[in-house]
Design a protein around this ligand. Structure first.
Ligand code: DGY
Length: 316
């Protein structure tokens, strides 16, 4: 029997495979985020950690578990919160939850595409605040989504799921990745994709290369009527630059589900016009969040049983 610390409360049923395997589960009954010392303590006293993207599992935390911590199972597909290199050095496996949140996240990306392009947030805010004086032919004039060109930056499972939805809207879909996908619509240059797209949606993991991938220069490439959507990771966009572009009207609108310094949101973005801002809810459906917890738990169970889980992350 191994000792498994679960850093936050998870959806019902999420830990079943670990329970059935007979492991001791140490749950966070108060559901308060662990600080660095509590995470290190959990690593020091556990064989496995089941954690969330809000837990910073850095080298210091992993070193605290050196010698007996066997696996960190992150309940997220993104794992930029885990120092995978340090984990590899220390012989600690890292697992994530690929494949179970693509469709739910793509739904949310599409929600942001529609809401931002059609100024749904501004219109609803006016209505709720009693500022709507009746139908007006010049009110809330947005950009059409049907027939528009959608530029996807990153073309993994979620990007492709967004592309499938776009086809139903009669959109032209292009994608940019650093390496040729060999698929129709691949655009080798990011600048060209930005310049030619009506709507740009970001689907890249956060790495050293993708940090501030979209900054002042890239925003300047976009059409003045362009809409930028981000459901990947906040730091992929330079938020200061995006706020400036929205304020100056050099792009039309933005839809963001992720932020550079969550849960803080840049005050200029909060005040920026034509921005739809959501609190990182891309995968937030009951079924998907439950499945994510199950996949992470299953990864931890497998490592503890000496098996290789299919969702093992490597540092290459
Ligand atoms: C992830 O899994 O990486 C998402 O950001 C949370 O659903």
């Amino acid at each position: 029997m191994a000792r498994v610390t679960v850093t936050r409360r998870l959806p019902d049923g999420g830990l079943d495979s670990l329970r059935v395997a007979g492991h001791e589960l140490v749950e966070n009954a108060r559901d308060h985020p662990f600080d660095a010392a509590q995470l290190a303590d959990a690593a020091r006293t556990s064989d496995a950690l089941v954690c969330l993207l809000t837990d910073r599992i850095d080298r210091a935390v992993l070193e605290a578990g050196a010698g007996h911590l066997r696996v960190v199972a992150n309940v997220a597909v993104g794992y930029d919160n885990v120092d995978v290199r340090a984990a590899t050095d220390l012989g600690i496996a890292v697992c994530n939850t690929p494949g179970v949140l693509d469709e739910t996240t793509a739904d949310l990306a599409f929600l942001l595409i529609l809401a931002a392009a059609r100024l749904a947030h501004d219109a609803e805010a006016d209505l709720r605040a009693g500022r709507w004086a009746g139908w007006g032919i010049l009110q809330y004039l947005g950009q059409d989504v049907h027939g528009a060109t959608l530029g996807l930056v990153g073309y993994g499972r979620i990007g492709k799921a967004v592309a499938r939805r776009a086809t139903g809207f009669g959109m032209n879909v292009a994608h940019h990745t650093r390496h040729d996908t060999g698929l129709p619509g691949w655009v080798p240059e990011l600048d060209r994709l930005l310049a030619e797209s009506d709507i740009v949606s970001l689907h890249v993991p956060l790495t050293h290369e993708s940090r501030h991938l979209i900054g002042t220069a890239e925003l300047a490439r976009m059409k003045q009527s362009g809409v930028l959507v981000n459901t990947s990771r906040g730091p992929v966009i330079d938020e200061e630059a995006l706020a400036a572009a929205l304020e100056a009207g050099t792009i039309f609108a933005a839809g963001l589900d992720v932020f550079e310094h969550e849960p803080e949101v840049h005050p200029r973005l909060l005040a920026a016009p034509r921005a739809v801002l959501l609190p990182h809810v891309g995968s937030a459906s009951i079924a998907t969040r439950t499945r994510m917890a199950q996949v992470a738990s299953e990864g931890a169970r497998a490592v503890l049983a000496g098996e290789t889980p299919p969702n093992l992350v490597t540092s290459g």
